[in-house]
Design a protein around this ligand. Structure first.
Ligand SMILES: Cc1ncc(COP(=O)(O)O)c(C=O)c1O
Length: 393
């Protein structure tokens, strides 16, 4: 049976060119910190990869630190701020800046980092968002003050695809004297992301969302922004992240970043057209549905749809039997009976939040694939709705 993968926001397969490059790179075994020829060869390739990742973000290579992924990059930023603002016992320094601002719709690795700091005594504001998932700027202005140490707002949401106005948020943060971080894990490679132009101090990305390997990511750090290593050890990455260089991960990441930059415009056009086809087709075939996320400022590959009267997990399982792999929200939240924190934050009622499916499209998906979803999903929804004891159409 045909399997149709539509869960590209959870992770992506390796691109063919990345796989080929990785197979070649398997031979590069030198420790990139060693001075001999094998070490130097590994190091040269690591630095080429750093250049490519930097180029995807419009940033010089020296601003890029490799990490094990988006979660580590985000944790590194929060840990840095805690170190900047804590006394020897980890409690907030008296008299210093101790305010953190983030949003209610961040990935759990940001939300839980912020909650941890809150438990240590730091002041954390979790900004509400509007019905489309956008930060309410008036709430942001109210929260931002001379106490604010860090503002961390994701560039694009993993569940509903809403894109935030990072440039404006960063400008206001800098004017107030705070540090600005954005989690661009879902944005990089899908929409233009230029870290210097955004005006952020820190920016997070992850290779496995852009057709690169898992377990490798990067943190962009603007020159002169502070950084304390999360992982202590050797002097790799200029002392900013210890641990023997992950040659394979880094080289694969570099290749994936190079291809993402080359194909960015075509990706946006193609994904946008497929998303519209899927959205319009679902509207035509299934009554009473709702699209979650911003109508325009949204990732070209992400379509989150609520089907009232049908349970999200039941839809997923039925689609999986028919060969279609999607998601009810984020991969990190699956297995949880709680409705998605993102859908709750945009004000979706419990029934809508429980009946939502995230289709996330990616390279290799075709119009025929979308048409297969449009043939397969509507009868599933109407069967589930007909079994519901409460749903009335
Ligand atoms: C927005 C966002 N941030 C961070 C992460 C975590 O990245 P990683 O899986 O590389 O740790 C993810 C992954 O799902 C994500 O979607």
């Amino acid at each position: 049976m045909k399997r149709l993968y539509l869960d590209y926001n959870a992770t992506t397969p390796l691109r063919e060119e990345v796989r080929a490059a990785l197979i070649e790179d398997l031979a590069v075994y030198g420790n990139a910190s060693s001075m001999h020829a094998d070490g130097r060869e590994a190091r040269t390739r690591v630095e080429e990869a750093r250049n490519r990742v930097g180029e995807l973000l419009g940033a010089p290579a020296k601003t890029i630190v490799f990490t094990s992924g988006g979660s580590e990059s985000n944790n590194t930023v929060f840990n840095t701020m805690r170190r900047l603002a804590s006394d020897r016992n980890g409690a907030p320094l008296a008299g210093g800046r101790r305010g953190f601002i983030t949003t209610a719709v961040e990935h759990p690795c940001v939300l839980n980092s912020a909650k941890y700091l809150e438990s240590l005594g730091f002041r954390v504001t979790f900004l509400p968002v509007d019905q489309y998932g956008k930060v309410r700027m008036e709430e942001f202005k109210k929260a931002l003050n001379e106490e604010t140490l860090l503002v961390s707002v994701m560039m694009a949401n993993n569940e509903i695809g809403t894109i935030q106005n990072i440039r404006e948020i960063a400008a206001m943060t800098k004017a107030a004297g705070g540090w600005m971080h954005t989690d661009a894990v879902q944005a990089a490679g899908k929409i233009p992301v230029n870290a210097p132009e955004l005006g952020v101090d820190y920016l997070t990305m992850s290779a496995h969302k852009i057709y690169g390997p898992k377990g490798i990511g990067a943190l962009y750090i603007k020159e002169k922004a502070p950084l304390f290593p999360l992982i202590q050890g050797g002097h790799q990455e200029d002392g900013m992240r210890a641990g023997t260089y992950n040659n394979m991960g880094i080289l694969g990441f570099g290749k994936a970043a190079e291809l993402a930059k080359r194909d960015l415009a075509a990706y946006g056009r193609e994904m946008g057209a497929l998303r519209r086809r899927l959205r319009d087709g679902l509207f035509a075939a299934v009554p009473d549905i709702k699209i979650n996320g911003h109508p325009e400022d949204v990732l070209p590959n992400t379509l989150n749809v609520s089907f009232p009267g049908a349970e999200g997990e039941a839809i997923l399982l039925s689609m999986d039997i028919a060969g279609i792999e999607a998601s009810t929200g984020s991969a990190c939240a699956s297995g949880s009976l709680e409705p998605s924190h993102v859908l709750t934050a945009i004000g979706a009622e419990s029934e809508l939040a429980h009946g939502s499916i995230r289709f996330s499209l990616g390279l290799g998906v075709t119009e025929d694939d979308v048409d297969y979803v449009l043939e397969t999903a509507p009868p599933i929804i109407s069967r589930l709705r007909s079994m519901s004891t409460v749903y009335q159409d």
